[in-house]
Structure formats: C-alpha cells, structure tokens
Design a protein around this ligand. Structure first.
Ligand code: AMP
Length: 261
C-alpha cells in the first residue's frame, strides 16, 4: 500500500507539497470519522489529480454547541488507514492551536448565503466554514477542492467566497452517497439508535417528493422535529431540510430538476 505523509503544521504541508507543484493538486477537506461519502470525494480527487491532500480537522469555529464539538466522533488511526487505502498522498491534520493560535482574529463571512437555512439555525457556522476553508486553501494552494452535495449550502457559500475573493481554484461537487435504505451517510449517524435510525428514513423519503409542503407533512407525521424544509436558491434550486431525531441533528437535500423548481 502507498505511503501517506502526515503533516501537522502549515509549514510541513507546504514542505510536503513543494516538489509537487508541477502537477495538479486536489484537496479534500474533512473532519474525519471517514465513511463512504468521504471515500467518494477521495476517489474523485484521485481520478482528477496528481497529488491528493486530505485535511483532517474538527474545526471548532464551525460548531455552536460545545456538546456537539466535544461529542464529534474522532478516530485518527482509522482515518489515516482509510486515507492510505484511498491513495491519499498527504494528510494535513493540524491542531486547533496551529489553525487558531493565540491572538487569532480574522474571519470570513459570506453575508447573505451564510445567514439563511443552516446559517439561521447555526449562527456563525458558515463563518467558521468559510474561514477554515480559506485557511486550508492558503496552506495547500490546491488546483481543485472536492466537496459533497450532502452539504449543499456549504458548496453555495464556498462558491460565492471563491468568486468574491478571486480565488484560483475549482470546486468539484460529488453526489451524496446514501446507505441502501436511503439515509445519507453522515459521521453523526453513529449517534442514532436503531429506533431513531428507522424514524430518520422519513428524511430522504420526504425530500424525494421534491415538494416542500409534502415533505414537511411526511417529516411531521414521522414525528421528526423539523428545523426547516425549503427550496433553497442554489444552482440548481435544491430542496433542503434539517431535522432533529432525538438529540441528533440531520441534514439532507435533493437538487431539483427544471420541472420541479
Ligand atoms: P465532514 O467530514 O462531515 O465535514 O465532510 C467532509 C466532506 O464530505 C464535505 O464536503 C461533505 O459534504 C462530504 N460528505 C459528507 N457526507 C457525505 C455523503 N453522504 N456523500 C457525499 N459527500 C459527503
């Protein structure tokens, strides 16, 4: 199996990439707890790039609730093994102090797109996401960065940032990977009990209708606590929802076809 370089600092990741700038560099940002959704991003990057960098950083700046941050699943050994299997060349796994040293005070805010839907229910979330992604882009300087459709608003926010700040990179969006029963893979799914997981299946079922009112009725009938279900003005328009199943918050979306939107 190929060797993977693990870089813990910005200086180390730059040094690791120094000799590779002649080829195309791809970045796959992750928060770890890797599953088949992440693997699809890594495979897409491996296919299109000479060098694949995966970042592994649970970004405190994008979490609102301390319990969500502290309880976020972490298993670096498993993630490094998965990265190795996926043919990743460099894993950038910095500490929080490396990314946000004492005195840190610079933030990126995508003011409108970052304030609706997820942004409304998780204030500051997209400020954290945009900031960490810009920092990762500056550390790695990728030609392409790979993101999942699963987080459709994240893609919309980052596309806006790339355009607004004249960043020289292409964002590649990979379709949502689902379990056989339709539930979108998420690192948070491990928190669902068997009963909660069965109830959570109403989420993909509701979104598959393509209609926000029908979707809301299905979610409420299933007893899920609906935070929002709405057609988001992304490109393409996307039916997106966030629900709580017990203590676990889940999001999902489906891009709408021309006829649906
Ligand atoms: P995370 O580790 O949750 O921050 O996710 C890292 C990347 O993987 C993000 O671009 C996500 O959108 C993407 N991702 C997460 N779950 C899925 C999934 N089920 N299918 C495709 N991409 C995903």
């Amino acid at each position: 199996m190929s060797r993977v370089i693990v870089a813990r600092t910005v200086a180390d990741v730059r040094a690791a990439l120094g000799g590779r700038r002649g080829g195309r560099i791809g970045l796959v940002p992750t928060m770890g707890a890797l599953h088949a959704g992440h693997r699809a991003l890594l495979a897409a990057a491996r296919e299109r790039c000479d060098t694949v960098v995966m970042s592994l950083f649970v970004n405190p700046a994008q979490f609102g609730e301390p319990a969500d941050l502290n309880g976020y699943p972490r298993d670096e050994e498993h993630d490094l093994e998965a990265a190795r299997e996926a043919g990743v060349d460099v894993v950038f796994a910095p500490s929080s102090a490396e990314m946000y040293p004492p005195g840190y005070q610079t933030w990126v805010e995508v003011t409108e797109l970052g304030a609706t839907l997820e942004g409304e229910h998780r204030p500051g979330h997209f400020r954290g996401v945009a900031t960490v992604c810009l920092k990762l882009f500056n550390a790695v300087r990728p030609d392409l960065a790979f993101y999942g459709q699963k987080d459709a608003q994240q893609v919309a926010v980052l596309r806006r940032m790339v355009a607004d700040l004249n960043l020289e990179l292409e964002l590649v969006v990979v379709p949502t990977v689902r379990d056989a029963d339709g539930l979108a893979l998420s690192s948070r799914n491990v928190r669902l009990s068997a009963v909660e997981r069965a109830r959570a299946l109403a989420l993909p079922r509701a979104l598959a209708t393509g209609d926000p009112e029908t979707a809301r009725a299905i979610l409420e009938t299933a007893g899920l606590d609906v935070e929002y279900v709405a057609v988001a003005p992304f490109d393409p328009p996307t039916l997106a929802a966030a629900v709580r199943v017990g203590p676990t918050r889940l999001i999902d979306n489906v891009p709408l076809t021309k006829e649906q939107s």
